[in-house]
Design a protein around this ligand. Structure first.
Ligand SMILES: C[S@@+](CC[C@H](N)C(=O)[O-])C[C@H]1O[C@@H](n2cnc3c(N)ncnc32)[C@H](O)[C@@H]1O
Length: 263
């Protein structure tokens, strides 16, 4: 079986050490061998981005490997919505990315809001080590913290967050088997599967975020396409709505903390 031509071109660029869009250069014997090895791994189902070693995400490019999920185009949509929601940010602004993975979303937010403090949280040490490598590569000041959702944060941030974003795991255990094999066999299951229902991590974010956000603070999460109605209920303490992707599927929860509700 042959690779599609565009993938073959990208792997040839990776083997030659040139940018993916660059004019193809003839491969010498060593690079041909490197290309053959990459092509064999691709034909075996390994994701193209892991073989290339990088992925573009909005204004940044991050290194990717099996330690973390490959950033997806729909999460660039979450980044765009978050930038539009926050609008502007000064030195006192605090932004948190829960489940940061490669750090792509946190770095892209830092790019948009250069004066803000940006914190990326992940409970997976391996993912966080990749995010730290990416921070060094990008010269980023994003703070990377290991831990479980909001409990990883300094308690002094409670009630002070201006923007919380998250692309959390939202796949149900029973859905795992139906995901494409290149995802199942190569990307971390923990990054995708939340539990029996799929909404478990989102529901925890809904419960805890109210206490961490400042009044007027924004909360944006990527959600599964069947989860819109459940998430509108789960985030009932917020002014909130569900946004769709270009195909009209429910994909984003966009919420804002209004005046104190329950005191
Ligand atoms: C869907 S991936 C998203 C990664 C990255 N934000 C992106 O969009 O490409 C979810 C991430 O959440 C992390 N995660 C899962 N459960 C978590 C928890 N309870 N606390 C913190 N991070 C968690 C996983 O390790 C994984 O890196």
């Amino acid at each position: 079986m042959d690779l599609p031509a565009h993938e073959a071109r990208r792997l040839a660029a990776a083997a030659a050490g040139t940018a993916p869009g660059a004019a193809p250069a003839p491969l010498d014997a060593a690079r041909q061998e490197a290309y053959d090895r990459l092509a064999a791994r691709r034909l075996d189902g390994e994701p193209l981005q892991y073989l290339e070693g990088t992925a573009a995400f909005g204004p940044v490019e991050v290194a990717v490997d099996a330690r973390a999920l490959i950033p997806r185009p729909e999460t660039e949509g979450l980044w765009e919505l978050a930038v539009a929601a926050l609008g502007e940010a000064g030195p006192g602004t605090t932004i948190v990315d829960l489940g940061t993975g490669t750090g792509a979303l946190a770095f892209a937010l830092e790019h948009a809001f250069g004066e803000a403090r940006v914190i990326g949280v992940d409970d997976d040490e391996a993912a966080l080590s990749l995010a730290a490598e990416n921070a060094a590569r990008l010269g980023s000041n994003v703070e990377l913290v290991h831990g479980d959702l909001f409990s990883a944060l300094d308690e002094r941030l409670m009630g002070r967050l201006d923007l919380v974003v998250s692309n959390p795991p939202y796949v149900a255990e029973a859905e795992w088997a139906s995901l494409p094999p290149d995802v199942r066999e190569h990307e971390p299951r923990h990054a995708l599967v939340a539990g029996p229902a799929g909404t478990e991590v989102l529901e925890r974010i809904a419960e805890e975020a109210y206490w961490w956000l400042a009044v007027g603070g924004h909360l944006l999460c990527e959600i599964g396409e069947t989860q819109g109605a459940a998430m509108e209920r789960a985030f009932g303490a917020f002014d909130r709505h569900i946004r769709t992707d270009l195909a009209g599927r429910d994909r984003y929860l966009v919420a804002r903390k209004g005046a104190p509700c329950c005191v």
